[in-house]
Design a binder for this molecule. Sequence first.
Ligand code: ATP
Length: 320
Amino acid sequence: MEGFIALERVEKVFSVRRKTGFLRRERHQVRAVDTLSFTVARGEMVGYIGPNGAGKSTTIKMLTGILTPSAGRLRVAGIDPSRERTRLAHRIGVVFGQRTTLWWDLPLIDSYRLAHRMYRIPDTRYRENLARLVELLDLGDLLDVPVRQLSLGQRMRGDIAAALLHDPEVLYLDEPTIGLDVVSKAKVRGFLKELNVERGTTVLLTTHDLQDIEQLCSRVMVIDHGRLMYDGPLTGLHETGESERTVVVDLERELPPVEVPSVRVVRVEGPRQWLAFPAGRSAAPVVAYLANTYPLVDLSVREPDIEAVIAKMYAGKTVS
Ligand SMILES: Nc1ncnc2c1ncn2[C@@H]1O[C@H](COP(=O)(O)OP(=O)(O)OP(=O)(O)O)[C@@H](O)[C@H]1O
């Protein structure tokens, strides 16, 4: 089993009690993660996405050692997380967008001082890292502000710095841009990109915001019902989801819907027409046919909306 992060047929089954009647409860099992196998190479930045309840958080919790797998084999940097959780903690950083690890009532800097001692970061390294993170994440004016007074975007940047003070080789990010405004999102994304390129930090990113994935990850894994449904480049999702690309044509004048083999006209508005065809096919023959047959003024090809593609995948097509 190779890879900096490696899972081999990992399972996590929860036993839950369900109320089935007055005073009656039955035990039943929830298979949150089901024979999951994948590897992530050192320095990769991978998106880990799926609908609510798909098993993403459970996977991350097993990767940090908080949860022990029910079956299978799991390694992070050669370490078995649930057996050597403390040793692993020095090599990984975790950011949960919906929960802060910072001390709510204390100034931001106090949480960093605590991390300094908790991770036993050598003094010089701590000072260097703090200075670099404060600069890159624009935290200079915030260090003396109590965490509860920070805006969501400021707090998120504060949390990211806290997760990186001890120079982790792996960073798990769970919804790092949730609730942030456009400017804060751009800041966080810009920083993560730089971190990955300059430090070679391996990043596993869970998000519902597909722009995070589009802008940061060349590889994406889609999980549903605890199983891996797709693993590959983001562009490949279009084909998997059997979505459609759209050609928008501007004709010289209003005309009846154009007729192009294997293409549907989905909308006509004056001289402008919208044509749809399967995303997996090349646009070249469609464009050539249109140019030879109709009086064109302009033409553009639009890629399918990724959210729609994923929604289609979730609607029942299992692909591996
Ligand atoms: N401690 C637990 N006890 C019982 N069931 C659990 C526990 N933790 C998670 N589950 C169940 O396991 C499944 C996967 O949950 P998980 O939190 O991993 O999903 P997720 O993909 O992270 O979802 P979300 O996007 O909503 O955070 C769900 O059915 C959930 O109810």
